[in-house]
Design a protein around this ligand. Structure first.
Ligand SMILES: C[S@@+](CC[C@H](N)C(=O)[O-])C[C@H]1O[C@@H](n2cnc3c(N)ncnc32)[C@H](O)[C@@H]1O
Length: 337
């Protein structure tokens, strides 16, 4: 009898496999699973809203270790299809078997856009697709693809609402450390790297006491009804200072809600909420703005997937400030990559 052996990279992935497939490594899943704001919200949504799952067919888009599929199976789903494109799919299969859910959960290894689902329709689509700055990695497109292909009319997408917010912070010390650092590195001028450093938003935690202005809602997305094109948008902002201070950066963060639950549930990745692995996204401004309480920094933020690599996000910020103690007007480009 011919023995079918797994591909070598499936039993013993090398660093090259991890380079092309970061989700193959358990480390990234450990970080996500230990993000209790994230994972417990999904768990509560599933366990406390049995009416959404009981006897329903569920599609888990990007199943990773299979955690959301396991929650759904335990929460009473009739069947769960767990689709995962990375090598972690093999591990998810093992985990699901070990926990006695192989009859309820079917793991399908492959891209959502390429696999064949054994059923025509599903009642529920669940996914944790959010990236840094909400849209980095562009996995939302995959969820929308699955929604349009398999979701039964009247079916539920979880989560179904997200919003992107913007505020401004004082950040002199850290901006100096991250940007001005390049002016003199062990006595050498490396300031050409400054341009690159300014171009890349920084994913980091912001202290609430750094916040200088009110927060502006930039964009709301309704996952049940939006189109893939809606991830490209422009929105005006007006950030009113709540005290006299300096502005060094804008800070973006997102909120997520599950509005189809009995009671709306969700979480925020904002600087005033419990920290998550998404932290916040800091966009350093070329100008240091001296702002007085009540004055406003106004402008426009434009967001779109990068044309060459749609997993990257292009962000353009145009801002104008005409205050008592400083003035500025500029258009700045950023790229999440
Ligand atoms: C953010 S992780 C979430 C994993 C898991 N659902 C959880 O909550 O812990 C997203 C997962 O989706 C997978 N993924 C991304 N794009 C995919 C696609 N087009 N088809 C199938 N899986 C995909 C990634 O490999 C990754 O494991």
């Amino acid at each position: 009898m011919e023995e079918i052996l797994p591909e070598e990279h499936e039993v013993d992935p090398t660093s090259a496999d991890y380079y092309f497939d970061s989700y193959a490594h358990f480390g990234i899943h450990e970080e996500m699973l230990k993000d209790t704001v994230r994972t417990k919200t999904y768990q509560n949504v599933i366990y406390e809203n049995g009416f959404l799952f009981k006897d329903k067919v569920v599609l888990d888009v990007g199943a990773g270790t299979g955690i959301l599929s396991l929650f759904c199976a335990k929460g009473g789903a009739k069947h769960v299809y767990a689709v995962e494109c990375s090598l972690m799919a093999n591990t998810a299969k093992e985990i699901i078997q070990k926990n006695g859910y192989s009859d309820v959960i079917t793991v399908l290894k492959g891209k959502v856009e390429e696999i064949e689902l054994p059923v025509q329709q599903v009642d529920v689509i669940i996914s944790e697709w959010m990236g840094y700055f909400l849209l980095f990695e562009n996995m939302l497109d995959t969820v929308l693809y699955a929604r349009d292909k398999w979701l039964v009319p009247g079916g539920v997408v979880l989560p179904d609402r997200t919003s992107l917010h913007l505020t401004a912070i004082e950040d002199a010390d850290y901006k100096h450390e991250k940007i001005n650092f390049w002016s003199s590195v062990y006595g050498f001028d490396m300031s050409c790297i400054k341009k690159q450093a300014m171009l890349e938003p920084l994913v980091d935690t912001v202290e609430p006491n750094q916040i200088v202005t009110q927060t502006q809602l930039i964009k709301t997305m309704d996952i049940s009804n939006m189109t893939p094109g809606d991830v490209s948008f422009s929105a005006p902002f007006k950030l009113v200072a709540t005290r006299n201070d300096f502005i060094h950066a804008l800070v973006a963060y997102f909120d997520v809600s599950f509005t189809k639950c009995h009671k709306v549930v969700g979480f925020s990745t904002g600087p005033r909420s419990r920290p998550t692995h998404w932290k916040q996204t800091v966009l350093y401004l070329e100008d240091v703005i001296t702002i007085c309480e009540g004055e406003a920094l106004t402008g426009k933020m434009s967001v779109a997937p990068n044309a060459r690599n749609p997993r990257d996000v292009d962000i353009v910020v145009e801002y104008t400030f005409n205050g008592k103690r400083s003035q500025a007007s500029r258009r700045q480009h950023f790229r999440m990559r």
